[in-house]
Design a protein around this ligand. Sequence first.
Ligand code: HGY
Ligand code: MN
Ligand code: MN
Length: 439
Amino acid sequence: MTSATGSPGSAPSYPHSSPTGAFADLRIDIDRLIQRLADLAAIGAIEGTEGCARLALTDEDKAGRDLVVAAMEELGLNITTDGIGNVVGVMAGETDGPPVMCGSHIDTVRTGGRYDGNLGVLAGLEVIEVVKAAGLTPHRPLAVAFFTDEEGARFAPDMLGSLVYVGGMPLEEALEIEGIDGAIVGAELERIGYDGSSPLPAAAPYAFVELHVEQGPVLEAEGITIGAVDGVQGISWQEVTVTGQSNHAGTTPMNLRKDPGFVAAACANFVRQLALELGAPQVGTVGRLELHPNLVNVVPASATFTVDIRNTDEAILKQAEQRFAEFLATTAEAEGCTVETKELARFEPVIFDDRVIDMVRSTAEELGHSVKQMPSGAGHDAQMLARVCPTAMVFTPSRDGISHNPAEYTSPSDLEAGANVMLQVMMKLAAADCQIGAE
Ligand code: HGY
Ligand code: MN
Ligand code: MN
């Protein structure tokens, strides 16, 4: 690593060993990070709350993207946009090999909080700003990225951009995906001007670190500041359409009904009972439910709903999928209804790289923070980057474990702790004496 303060040719070369590296005392500016979070949250702000709504590839998402790209430009980063709209900003290192990358997403759900995803991207900008201000040039380049459509709420699957980034889905297939509102990914990318051209799949980073709010209750309940995340649970999303026979709510005897609304409700109850029976960490959610024609006095013609089931154990997740499929078939048949199912997302559980997990844990301890190794209940872009490079995540607590809710909150001291852990981990990974990644 070199410092720009030395006169040309005589720049002091800092020892590469991490604990005493020139960067060991670097710390982020929490006020600046909080301001960045506020500026981004103002885009798509949900009135009367701290939250924001920027569904992927909407005008609000475009405005959020433009804000982050402007910040990357201000930092003098080399910015690239690829065909699925992922944006990467790179700060040059002493060498020009693969960068140490951080990042996350800036698209949100409709009831989004200001930290989910946004923290990982904006803290990445903060890390680079601090390193540049210190006049340091890391041995390896540093990169900060935001990936398209991590939420998958408008266009399934979730983590779509990072999935394409690592070659998990061909770009052509991704561009044809139709959203819940009938929009098409490729057309929306073009409309908002983020149909980039940098090559896909992308070259693998040297390593990847994602800072993210936990979005669950564990860290807060145990009074712990940092989560050293060791993996992500398996995710199964499907859309179910049950077709029956619309009929008069008043005149149709109960035994003559073909009521898809009843089948949908029975399924929602089954998903809950199944999760309780299998026990933690099994979870199950019917998050989207549409009846047609959705009128008070009409037995519905059809019901379309989504089923989101997850588990850290792939075998149990498969069992849960099988049990649901059987229940759906039996219930629909008994009600005289037909069924169509469509897989929206299916990702097996992911284990992160022990060496990066250990680095997160030891760095948190070095900085004096309590730390717990734990899996992630939520999906993250890191689970895709883990396919191509050494990867781990840093969690910070969520107040009351709340997320996907405008009331989502993480305290400034926890934000600062998480961002400083990420800063130090990135600089250790970027140091010449780190041999974890592939050059
Ligand atoms: O669904 C998830 O876990 C993430 O928020 N996309
Ligand atoms: Mn997220
Ligand atoms: Mn989310």
